[in-house]
Design a protein around this ligand. Structure first.
Ligand code: ADP
Ligand code: ZN
Ligand code: ZN
Length: 727
């Protein structure tokens, strides 16, 4: 008898292991297949995935359950099983978490192909069927062999019963065919550019040897052209390529460039696809019909056979780190994959992450630089406006006088303007002037954001309520709004420039399908003068007539409680500024700030990445922050506050004791999280900082899981190595 090691589809922690089942004689089972097994005392039927197959009987087991049935499809091979094991350990996840990255979403809920019954001509009419009515049907089908379904024939005016007669007597046949739910629409050819010297050098260097490369090129330096050329050469050798982009950079413009160059060999894989579309794209890749994938983080796990090139554009973006289990980092995973395949990983950015640049300095990865814009356009000129001076001289509006003047000028010249503010809503919070009461969400410990329809919204859980006329605490009528969001910017712009055509792009205005594309096209076709937006407009937009960019509150991201606050600020300003002056007309950027001397802002002003990096990396080292250490962030949540506090204190003690065995690790906390309650769950945190290698992290994880066993129903733990944010 043969045996199979199986991971069952059950999220429970205790199920995170490989169970052995017998393979009955009448079944053929191989690694990577989905099977049905019975499980537990009630013999419940449950799906599982085959991780290994062996002839050796497991020791000490007398009666084994057997696999009940097998699904035909194979989702991974033996090599990938090893990969699953690696990711599971590295990201402290479960088998199931990792397997779900590899199989198309929807599989476990019974997703299938959409099929259609296509008609085929078999033979000419003869005998008693040699009649006009039959002959005309047969010749019509013959001319459209394999393209028609029955409904097409009745639409064309043929009688259904005649068609059925022909089918019954073997003149026609039907074949069931899979139909893809996602069709590449029309596209215009996008001709290859003649690469300039810098670009050629980059291409040569990257293809010269396997490894990881950091492509640091200023905005508009032609990085995308470099990717396109690398992909072309990769295809020529018969290999596959993946390009990862942050979701918001996957603009119609970007997609058009790839489709226009490579046509149908490509899949666009992003979170807006339906489960059905994902299912089909996954199979298109598996069948080898597709050689290139462009997409967000999850595209990395598409089942390519000969993947040799992964490009991660805007590599500094935090979206490459998953916030859900497994909390993987696409940069790291891609590197593992390319190491195994002897392929190339290209990390590209105008503002590389401090982490990647530091690795390049240490020669762990190779740095390639593009210093010039690829077109004749020059980098925009940047001006910082001190908003404290504006206040002193009596200007209380959102806009500095300089910015207003420049806006007026552009509107007169019919050029376009982008205004960037990293905060949606109308005003940030509302409080009572008499007693100081702040309107907070009842489920979450954060202030609610005021929206223009006079509602208050929690940006954490989405709860909404109307703003009352009097303070709930003291009944005072002096309720005031503080801070500025994109809605308020829109209102102010309309007040200052009533004739301008204004558009706002943020999560609130792009909720509906296609609304993003519609706005995008309006702006592109010059049907809008001023575009206001959040991060959503900070990258990937390439509009020739934008000559002015206003960064309304450059300090917003500076004041985040995050060791990467400066880095994020520098990146944001540089990215948004890069939207200006991409055509023939030079661009200008106005940066409004209350801390105009901050080095993140001044280095962005002088386009000085290296200067920024030097100072930032010094500070990181002084404070022993990444990349000089690793962070292990643990969040404990529970609806029962008392129970949580009691247990977190004891966990803190156990951890502190455990960590004494290492030299370089410190423990911060336990303490309440910055957002101490979300959706009625109280939140406490512990932060471990130091030289935390993977094994130490695993040990800590196991220790915590052990300790939490008695209360696991009431207290949830999230563990994140190198987290994006700690809130
Ligand atoms: P990046 O990705 O670095 O921001 P892009 O690849 O988008 O830069 O290029 C910026 C602009 O320069 C695009 O309009 C592109 O068509 C153009 N471009 C890039 N490379 C060349 C080249 N070698 N010759 C002419 N135009 C180029
Ligand atoms: Zn009050
Ligand atoms: Zn809330």
């Amino acid at each position: 008898m043969s045996y199979a090691g199986i991971v069952v589809n059950n999220e429970a922690l205790s199920m995170d292991r490989i169970f052995t089942y017998g393979i009955p004689q009448n079944l053929t089972v191989s690694v990577g297949q989905r099977v049905k097994v019975s499980f537990g005392q009630g013999n419940k039927r449950i799906d599982g995935f085959v991780m290994r197959v062996t002839d050796e009987a497991p020791e000490g087991v007398s009666r084994l359950k057997e696999i009940q049935s097998v699904y035909p499809e194979t989702y991974f091979d033996e090599e990938q099983v090893a990969f699953i094991e690696v990711l599971r350990e590295k990201y402290l996840a479960s088998y199931l978490d990792v397997i779900k990255l590899l199989i198309p979403r929807g599989i476990l809920s019974g997703m299938k192909y959409k099929t259609s019954e296509k008609l085929y001509f078999v033979k000419e009419a003869e005998g008693r069927y040699d009649k006009d009515q039959y002959r005309s049907i047969l010749s019509y089908v013959k001319a459209n062999q394999g393209k028609l379904i029955k409904a097409d024939l009745s639409k064309a005016g043929f009688s259904v019963s005649s068609v059925n007669t022909l089918l019954k007597h073997g003149f026609l046949s039907v074949m069931s065919e899979n139909e893809y739910r996602y069709n590449i629409e029309e596209y215009e050819e996008y001709k290859a550019r003649n690469l300039n010297e810098e670009q050629l050098h980059a291409v040569e260097k990257i293809k010269s040897a396997p490894g990881t490369y950091l492509l640091h090129g200023i905005t508009g330096s032609g990085k995308t052209e470099v990717f396109l050329e690398l992909i072309r050469q990769n295809i020529e050798k018969g290999y596959d390529s993946i390009v990862l982009l942050p979701e918001i950079s996957l603009t119609p413009q970007m997609i058009e460039r790839f489709k226009g160059r490579f046509g149908k060999d490509i899949t666009i894989f992003h979170s807006r696809l339906s489960d059905g579309e994902r299912y089909d794209e996954w199979h298109r890749v598996k069948s080898g019909k597709v050689k290139i994938a462009i997409g967000a983080r999850s595209a990395l796990f598409l089942p390519f056979q000969n993947l040799r090139l992964v490009v991660i554009d805007e590599e500094h973006e935090s979206t490459y780190k998953s916030e859900m289990n497994p909390k993987y980092n696409a940069r790291e995973v891609a590197e593992l994959m390319m190491e195994k395949q002897d392929g190339q990983l290209v990390l590209a950015s105008a503002t590389p992450s401090v982490e990647s640049f530091h690795r390049a300095e240490k020669k762990e990865i190779e740095l390639i630089t593009l210093q010039n814009r690829a077109t004749r356009s020059v980098l925009p000129s940047m001006e910082i406006v001190d908003m404290r001076d504006e206040l002193m001289s009596g200007n209380r509006s959102i806009f500095s006088r300089t910015l207003l003047e420049k806006m007026k000028e552009r509107l007169e010249r019919k050029e376009q303007i982008i205004l960037f503010l990293n905060r949606r809503g109308f005003s940030t919070f509302v409080s009572c002037r008499s007693c100081g009461y702040v309107f907070k969400c009842e489920n979450c410990d954060i202030s609610m954001t005021h929206h223009r329809d006079n509602s208050l919204m929690c940006h954490q859980c989405g709860a909404r309520k109307y703003l009352p006329k009097t303070c709930p605490a003291c009944q005072s009528k002096y309720i005031k709004q503080f801070g500025t969001g994109t809605e308020k910017v829109e209102e102010s712009v309309r007040k200052f420039f009533p004739d301008a055509r204004v558009m706002r792009m943020d999560r609130d205005t792009t909720r509906q399908k296609n609304s993003y594309e519609l706005m995008y096209n309006d702006f592109k076709n010059n049907e809008c003068d001023i575009l206001i937006g959040t991060q959503m407009i900070s990258k990937g937009l390439d509009f020739k007539d934008v000559t002015l960019v206003g960064v309304l509150a450059a300090d917003l991201s500076l004041n985040m409680p995050d060791y990467r606050a400066s880095e994020k600020t520098f990146q944001l300003i540089t990215q948004v500024a890069g939207r200006a002056g991409r055509g023939d007309k030079p661009g200008e950027v106005i940066i409004q700030s209350y801390s105009p001397d901050n080095f993140a802002i001044t280095s962005a002003q002088s386009h000085d990445y290296k200067g920024f990096y030097r100072r930032e990396v010094e500070m990181r080292q002084a404070l022993n922050n990444p990349p000089f250490s690793r962070l292990f962030y643990l969040v404990f949540t529970s609806e029962k506050e008392d129970l949580l506090i009691k247990n977190i204190q004891s966990i803190g003690g156990v951890l502190r004791k455990h960590l004494t065995k290492y030299d370089n690790m410190i423990l911060l906390g336990p303490s309440p999280c910055i957002i101490s309650k979300i959706k009625n769950n109280y939140r406490w945190q512990v932060l471990i900082k130091g030289e935390i290698h993977d094994e130490a992290a695993l040990e800590i994880r196991n220790l915590i899981q052990q300790e939490m066993k008695p209360v696991y129903k009431d207290i949830k733990v999230s563990m994140d190595l190198n987290p994006n944010s700690m809130m």
